[in-house]
Design a binder for this molecule. Sequence first.
Ligand code: ZN
Ligand code: ZN
Length: 344
Amino acid sequence: MLAYTYIKEGTFALTEKPKPTLQDDRDAIVRVTLSSICTSDLHIKHSSVPRAVPGITVGHEMVGVVEEVGSAVTSVRPGDRVTVNVETFCGECFFCKNGWVNNCTDPNGGWALGCRIDGGQAEYVRVPYADQGLDKIPDGVTDRQALFVGDILATGYWAADIAQIGPEDTVLVIGAGPTGLCTLQCVLLKEPKQVIVCEKDPQRRTFVEEHYPQVLTVEPEQAADFVRAHSAHGGADRVLEVAGAPDTFALAWACARPNAIVTVVALYDAPQVLPLPDMYGKNLTFQTGGVDGCRCGEILSLIAQGKLDTTPLITHTYPLKDIAAAYDLFEHRQDKVIKVAIAP
Ligand SMILES: [Zn+2]
Ligand SMILES: [Zn+2]
């Protein structure tokens, strides 16, 4: 089968590999019907994910059809349409039992697919712990509607949840990239009083204005004053930092009101400074990222009810054989790309 493979720093290539087989009785083999490219894939390409293993098939956002299951798998059967979770988790350890599946203690726990074990930019993928890692797609929900459930939509859903958003809150979302837009949709589900999106790219601000007219947008330079002017208590009640740019962590806490919750979803390239003398007396609560992606069933049900729709994020679709061109487009942000779907 065709598989997009991490060869070495800076190089991915489409290679021919054998179709994966069951290695454990809790595994499933999924025929990939649609996958996508994530910014994390670019991080692997440029060697900023040290645990990524050269030779693996990349890709950790995908949906497909179950082809084969191990004898211990009970939740899915061959023929089921499924979303694949970016995280591998056993469901039994201390962290899994508390819902902190990102920290599952299994050797393959956390983000393994498309990083440490073969992922889904391929025709087939082996999914360990299939009872945990797969969720059935409801009838009436298309592959395109379900494509982001296991990764960026799970992240947005988790982030909006831990931010503890209330009806009187002004919520600031920093960053309107793909994960920021998923986070925004999940924040809107909580129906806070006001939502503001801070984004430096004018095209992305326009996308937000067109698709979510109830949301205010602002560029970073104006954000602090703008948020103060549009909130009741001198700053945002909740801030979700999804940008991960050099200055956005500082912007996040600067825009927060005293006693706010700042949820950091972003993945940074460099350490961030927490200047406690400057924020003394502001009494902020910080929450740090690493999605616990174990609520995909709930997300799929919200999609089925029409409450979440991430299909507008899919701006381009490429066949697997042309995936290199899709990466080029995505990496260089050409042609107003937000997300690319890859069809094997
Ligand atoms: Zn991802
Ligand atoms: Zn576990």
